[in-house]
Write a protein that binds this ligand. Structure first.
Ligand SMILES: NC(=O)c1ccc[n+]([C@@H]2O[C@H](COP(=O)([O-])OP(=O)(O)OC[C@H]3O[C@@H](n4cnc5c(N)ncnc54)[C@H](O)[C@@H]3O)[C@@H](O)[C@H]2O)c1
Length: 351
C-alpha cells in the first residue's frame, strides 16, 4: 500500500510519493499565494521531491533548534507581508519538528491566523511534532514557551523524504514511536518490541500517529489526560537542559529513550506490585537501539534541579507520567530527590 489516510478532518495522509495528492489538495484549497518554508537541509534534500507548483514563493531558513526563535518567526512574517499574504494565502512547512513548530506558530499569529500545511520530513516530526496542534518557538532560554494550540489544515507525511535523513536523526525519532506503543498497550508494545526501527511499516507509523491524535483530540488544550504523553519527557527535558549548558549534542529522541529507561525505574518504585516483564523488554530495546546518554555522576544534582523546574510541574513538585504497565499510564506522579538520583545512577550503571 502506498498511502493511508490517518484522518479525514483535518486531512492527514502518510505514504510514499504523495506529490499528486498534495498538489490536488492544495489546488482545491485555492490559495491566492503560497509560501513554502524550508531549512537549508530540506531545501537541498526534500524540495526536489516537492510537487511542481508553478507559482509559489520560497523562504529558506537556517536549520537547528537554535533557530526556533522569534527572529525566524519574524522572517516568516516579513516574507508574508512582502508577498502580500492575507487570509486566502497558505503557508507550507517542509521540514523537521523545528521548522513545523516555527512555521505553524508564525502562520497562526499572522493576521490572527492563516492556513498552513505541514509536510514533516523527519521521523520525529511525522509521528509527533506534526500531530496534535502544538505550535511554538523558544524564547529567553525557555523551550516552547511562546506558542499556541492550532491544528494544521492538512498534514502530508511523505516517507520518501526519510531517505536522506541522517541515521542518528531517524533513530532519535523512533523513541517517540516506542513511547506511543508503551502508552497504547500490550498489542502495540508486543508488536513493536519484536521489530527494528528500519522495519517500521506505513501501518506502524499510521498507528502511532492515530494513537497520538486520539489523546490530543480528547484533550486538545492539555488540561488533563494529554499529559500522559509526557512519559519519559520530564527526565528527557532535564537531560536536554543540562546538556545545553555543556554544549554537547544530545538529540531529543536520545534524551527521551534515556528518559523512558530512567522513568521505568521510577515506575518500579511507584508501583512495586505491577508486572515487570515490560520493564526488562523496554531496557533491552533501548540498549539495542539508542546510544547511552553519558552524564557525569557530579551532574545528578543539576539534573534533579532541572526536573524540579519542568514547566509541567505544579506547586513546585516534579510531575511524572508513569506506566503501571503498557496501556496504563498515570499522570501527576511525584518522586523524592533521593529516588530520582538513585534512578539516574541505576541508568548510568546499567544502560
Ligand atoms: N509540536 C509538537 O507537538 C512537538 C512534538 C515533538 C517535538 N517537537 C519539536 O520538534 C523539534 C525537533 O524536531 P526534529 O527532531 O525533527 O529536528 P529538526 O527539525 O531540527 O531536524 C533534524 C535535522 O534534520 C534535518 N532534516 C530534516 N529533514 C531532513 C531530511 N529529510 N533529510 C535530511 N536532513 C533533514 C534538519 O535540517 C535538521 O538539521 C523540537 O524543537 C521539538 O520541540 C514538537
Amino acid at each position: 500500500m502506498h498511502e493511508q489516510i490517518v484522518s479525514e478532518s483535518p486531512l492527514v495522509i502518510i505514504g510514499h510519493g504523495l506529490q499528486e495528492i498534495v498538489q490536488s489538495t492544495i489546488q482545491d484549497m485555492q490559495p491566492e499565494q503560497i509560501l513554502v518554508v524550508v531549512d537549508e537541509n530540506t531545501h537541498k534534500h526534500c524540495l526536489p521531491l516537492f510537487p511542481k507548483f508553478s507559482n509559489y514563493n520560497l523562504l529558506v531558513c537556517p536549520s537547528g533548534e537554535g533557530n526556533k526563535n522569534i527572529i525566524q518567526a519574524q522572517q516568516i512574517w516579513n516574507e508574508l507581508l512582502h508577498i502580500g499574504a492575507d487570509r486566502s494565502s497558505l503557508v507550507i512547512a517542509l521540514g523537521g519538528g523545528v521548522l513545523c513548530d516555527t512555521v505553524a506558530f508564525a502562520a497562526t499569529t499572522y493576521m490572527r491566523g492563516i492556513r498552513f500545511v505541514l509536510m514533516p520530513t523527519t521521523l520525529l516530526a511525522i509521528v509527533d511534532a506534526s500531530v496534535g496542534g502544538k505550535t511554538g518557538i523558544n524564547y529567553s532560554g525557555f523551550k516552547n514557551i511562546i506558542g499556541s494550540f492550532r491544528e494544521a489544515d492538512a498534514v502530508f507525511a511523505d516517507l520518501d523524504f526519510l531517505q536522506t535523513l541522517p541515521k542518528r536523526e531517524f533513530v532519535s525519532g523512533y523513541a517517540e514511536v516506542v513511547k506511543h506503543a508503551l502508552l497504547q498497550g500490550d498489542l502495540s508494545w508486543e508488536a513493536l518490541n519484536s521489530q527494528s526501527p528500519q522495519s517500521l511499516s506505513i501501518d506502524d507509523l499510521a498507528n502511532s500517529i492515530r494513537y497520538k491524535r486520539s489523546i490530543t483530540s480528547a484533550d486538545f488544550n492539555e488540561k488533563g489526560n494529554r499529559e500522559i504523553l509526557n512519559l519519559g519527557h520530564t527526565t528527557a527535558h532535564a537531560l536536554e537542559a543540562v546538556f545545553l549548558k555543556n554544549e554537547a549534542v544530545l538529540l531529543h529522541g536520545e534524551a527521551v529513550a534515556a528518559g523512558l529507561w530512567i522513568e521505568s525505574i521510577i515506575s518500579e518504585m511507584h508501583f512495586p506490585e505491577s508486572t515487570q516483564a515490560w520493564i526488562s523488554q523496554l531496557r533491552a530495546l533501548i540498549k539495542a537501539v539508542f546510544p547511552k546518554v553519558e552524564f557525569p555522576m557530579s551532574s545528578l544534582d543539576d539534573i534533579v534541579n532541572a526536573m524540579r523546574n519542568d514547566k509541567k510541574n505544579k506547586n513546585s513538585e516534579t510531575r511524572f507520567s508513569l506506566l503501571r504497565y503498557p496501556g496504563h499510564a498515570e499522570i501527576g506522579c511525584t518522586a523524592s530527590s533521593e529516588q530520582l538520583k538513585s534512578a539516574l545512577k541505576e541508568y548510568l550503571e546499567n544502560a
